[in-house]
Design a protein around this ligand. Structure first.
Ligand code: ATP
Length: 328
């Protein structure tokens, strides 16, 4: 759609991620700069159903680039999965004069955007915003870098106390299907072992690794456990290991939601700005049902159906092998 009078609706949806605010700021200001009006849609798809809209000005996004979370709020909305829910959402955005959408979120958000755009012929450009870094078509997603740095900071602190007591710590990090945070934070934090959803590591294999660590008289041992790995999470793994090695003083730390919060890193702020800017440009150029992403330090577009149907695999075999070598 190359409309002169475009009114862009911007929203965040699914899990929040650091960098979403920087992205909202970029999208709002780019659209305003192009002479278009912008409406903030609060609480994602729920906000469309509830007609929770707010006209955005350049000042609406002042002083937010450094904030975690999302000023537009986010939600998981079951009603949007139904035809009736989407019809209501469309009636409300039509009444508000919104004729194009920018969606910031993960694959669920993109699935909703794809369905909605086809059903009601409304242009939509999506931006990858999720700490999991699990989307095809972008080397990185918004929030992943910040979340990984948050995990590294936590590992460093745990290492201090682990080394003081000669303890074995199991640190559980987010990643139901994606081990990106676990692998990269584990390498950067010098973990002795990393359990990932993408690579099965049974308890026996882990125990062999831990035996090597014990024999080499390490003063601290840290095992990173991604929440989606096959052994059922950090508490289970710790219990199994303790049964085999009762000499180990074992502790478990679940990092949980603190991984989602905090001020975005410079990397996430710049990525957010580039993606927000690019998304508006794509809408202005008449594109629809695409995702803007970063590939090899260039902003590239990928059709939404490709993003949704292809699997992203971002763990390199080299890194997995290197981790084992470096942890001796
Ligand atoms: P994260 O990766 O952080 O979990 P996400 O965008 O994948 O983010 P979801 O909760 O899976 O988060 O999806 C966000 C919202 O998108 C859902 O709450 C729902 O409203 C909408 N959505 C997801 N799948 C569909 C679908 N098949 N049809 C319509 N809407 C959907």
């Amino acid at each position: 759609m190359k409309s002169k009078q475009m009114k862009v609706g911007v929203f965040t949806s699914g899990g929040d991620a650091p960098g979403m605010n920087a992205c909202i700021r970029a999208a709002v200001r780019t659209a305003l700069h192009a002479g278009k009006s912008v409406v903030g849609i609060y609480q994602g798809y729920q906000g469309m159903i509830d007609a929770n809209f707010q006209e955005m000005t350049s000042r609406s996004v002042s002083n937010i680039i450094q904030l975690g979370g999302t000023i537009l709020k986010t939600a998981r909305c079951a009603a949007f999965r139904t035809t009736e829910g989407r019809q209501l959402a469309y009636d409300h955005i039509k009444a508000a004069g919104i004729d194009a959408l920018i969606a910031i979120g993960g694959d669920g958000t993109f699935t909703g955007a794809e369905v909605f755009s086809r059903e009601f012929d409304i242009p939509v450009v999506c931006i990858p915003g999720t700490i999991d870094n699990d989307l095809y078509g972008s080397d990185f997603t918004l929030g992943y870098d910040t979340a990984t740095n948050t995990v590294i900071e936590a590992i460093d602190k745990i290492r201090d106390t682990a080394a003081s007591h000669d303890r074995l710590f199991f640190v559980e990090v987010m990643g139901r299907d994606s081990g990106c945070i676990a692998l990269n934070a584990g390498i950067a934090g010098g973990a002795e072992a990393i359990l990932l959803p993408e690579k099965a590591t049974g308890i026996e294999t882990l125990c062999n690794q831990l035996e090597v660590a014990a024999k080499s008289k390490k003063s601290s041992t840290i095992v990173i456990v991604a929440e989606g790995e096959e052994n059922g999470g950090a508490y289970n793994v710790a219990k199994e290991v303790k049964q085999r090695f009762d000499f180990y003083d074992t502790k478990v730390t679940i990092l949980g939601h603190l991984q989602r919060g905090g001020s975005p890193s410079s990397f996430d702020r710049v990525l957010a700005s580039r993606l927000g800017y690019a998304a508006v440009q794509q809408l202005l150029a008449g594109e629809t049902r695409i995702m803007v992403g970063l590939r090899g330090n260039e902003i590239k577009t990928t059709p939404l159906d490709e993003v949704l149907n292809k699997k992203a695999f971002k763990l390199s075999k080299d890194m997995l092998e290197m981790m084992e070598v470096l942890s001796i």
